[in-house]
Design a protein around this ligand. Structure first.
Ligand SMILES: C[S@@+](CC[C@H](N)C(=O)[O-])C[C@H]1O[C@@H](n2cnc3c(N)ncnc32)[C@H](O)[C@@H]1O
Length: 463
């Protein structure tokens, strides 16, 4: 039977959708999709459509068939979120340079070997950044050392890019011009990492949920450093617990585990000692406790509305005025005050209610974006950017956050990046039905937003 057009396939109503959803989450660990059924259904519907299937049963049978492995890879590529860039969170690389590598140089002096694993490496920027850092800072101290840097991921398309070492501007946005010239060659296809950095890194497909660990065949055993950043945030609490135990087994005594800030909750992974390196908390392998504690670290994206330890919301410039009865009233008052002052273009006066609104975590998207507009108008670009990044962390498909980011970048004179942000807003809006209301944008439809964003992506924000 020929499939209906994508938009018409209503997978949420398909009786086998829950089974397919559970299968996908079990395979990938992407528990994040537990409460993102619409996103998952849309991605699956597109896969069904491309194969000509009309329901989950036919698609599940295809996954079980001889071409199932290839199709699972295609599906995984659609499901994964691969945002990465070179020297992401510079404080991590400072800690590596100042503390972690020097400590390993001492500890492994007799063995003269260093092994680093970037787990969930996406298109390889993290592993390649380590390679650059070792070459730049430690080549003489490590002369004669055997060094291995391995990046692994579940997504084969990301791995293909990682192996090619070819990147676009976005992936190297935080590197200076001098660094770009030193590390990359400009080619018609993009920025190609120079061979001496590329050749020190190898990449392999490895599923952190399903595949063996430690894994000497892939070089994932007796490791000195494991990076697992912005990966486990999509996993369930139980999966994180198991993964951390397997990381423990894959590290040498005294080895280091470097996680992303959003991956760490109140508790620490069992057997690891937290170490504060100039404000960055990393974990060093210690003695395994006799019994793993019951409590473990959160947060798990799908279990909490608020991911922990994200950049804080901007703090209000002034305390809420006395005389406000309840928080709800306070928010209501601030909301109408913000509205009124913004309409009149009284941006400075609108600053205080805007900041109070941003200090709340439940202000709602529309109000938050109005407050962001105020920050942009008064030139507080740094806080505006922080808020927009937070919105995009919570919902990477937030069309209006990208649109506002475009305006912000444009105000800062970064037209190139602004156009990329508008392009993202356009791509997201164009995927939606034209008449659909855009979340966070009163009365604006996806069709209208797509048109506005396209115009700005083509001609800049000045239009
Ligand atoms: C947001 S990227 C993080 C990239 C890099 N670590 C960084 O922080 O810049 C998350 C990566 O985790 C990978 N990933 C998700 N589930 C995985 C799994 N079960 N096994 C291995 N990698 C996985 C995704 O494919 C994606 O490339």
């Amino acid at each position: 039977m020929k499939a209906k057009a994508k938009a018409e396939i209503d997978l949420l109503a398909d009786p086998l959708f829950p089974e397919l959803k559970a299968r996908v989450i079990k395979k990938t660990g992407l528990a994040y999709y537990h409460d993102k059924e619409n996103d998952l259904a849309r991605i699956l519907a597109a896969r069904l459509e491309s194969l000509g299937y009309a329901d989950c049963a036919a698609y599940a049978a295809h996954l079980d068939g001889k071409e199932g492995g290839g199709e699972m890879d295609e599906l995984i590529s659609e499901l994964t979120i691969g945002e990465t860039y070179f020297f992401r969170h510079p404080e991590v690389f400072t800690a590596l340079r100042k503390h972690i590598i020097p400590e390993i140089l001492q500890r492994n002096a007799a063995r003269k070997s260093l092994s680093v694993w970037s787990a969930g490496c996406s298109s390889g920027a993290e592993a390649h950044s380590v390679s650059i850092l070792l070459s730049r800072e430690f080549s003489s101290a490590m002369a004669g050392w055997k060094t291995s840097i391995i990046g692994t991921d579940i997504d084969k398309k990301f791995l293909a890019q990682a192996k090619s070492g070819l990147y676009q501007d976005w992936a190297i946005r935080t590197t200076s011009e001098g660094e770009r010239a030193a590390y990359f060659e400009r080619t018609p296809k993009g920025w190609q990492l120079r061979p001496k950095f590329r050749e020190a890194v190898s990449f392999a497909c490895h599923n952190l949920i399903e595949d063996a660990l430690p894994n000497p065949d892939l070089g994932l055993a007796d490791l000195d450093i494991i990076f697992c950043r912005n990966v486990a945030i999509y996993f369930s609490r139980e999966q994180i617990r198991r993964l951390m135990d397997r990381f423990y087994d894959s590290l040498r005594e005294g080895g280091w585990l470097v996680t992303g800030p959003a991956e760490i909750g109140a508790d620490r992974p069992s057997g690891f000692n937290p170490v504060d390196l100039d404000g960055l908390i990393v974990f060093q392998k210690g003695e395994r406790p006799a019994r793993a504690p019951d409590t473990f670290w959160a947060p798990v994206y799908d279990l909490s509305d608020e991911p922990l330890l994200l950049p804080a919301w901007p703090s209000p410039v002034e305390e809420p005025q006395a005389g406000m009865d309840t928080e709800a009233q306070e928010q209501e008052d601030d909301a109408s005050l913000l509205e009124r002052l913004s309409e009149r273009g009284q941006w400075l006066a609108a600053q205080a209610p805007a900041r109070r609104i941003l200090a709340q975590t439940d202000a709602g998207l529309e109000l938050t974006l109005k407050a962001v507009q105020v920050l942009v108008e008064i030139g507080d670009f740094a806080q505006a950017e922080q808020v927009l990044k937070r919105l995009l962390f919570i919902d990477r498909k937030c069309q209006m956050a990208y649109y506002h980011l475009g305006i912000l970048l444009s105000c800062q004179g970064d037209e190139k990046m602004a156009r990329k942000a508008f392009r993202n807003a356009y791509d997201l809006a164009a995927q939606r039905p034209v008449g659909e209301a855009v979340p966070g944008a009163e009365g604006l439809t996806a069709g209208k937003l797509a048109a506005m964003a396209k115009l700005r992506a083509l001609h800049g924000a000045g239009e």
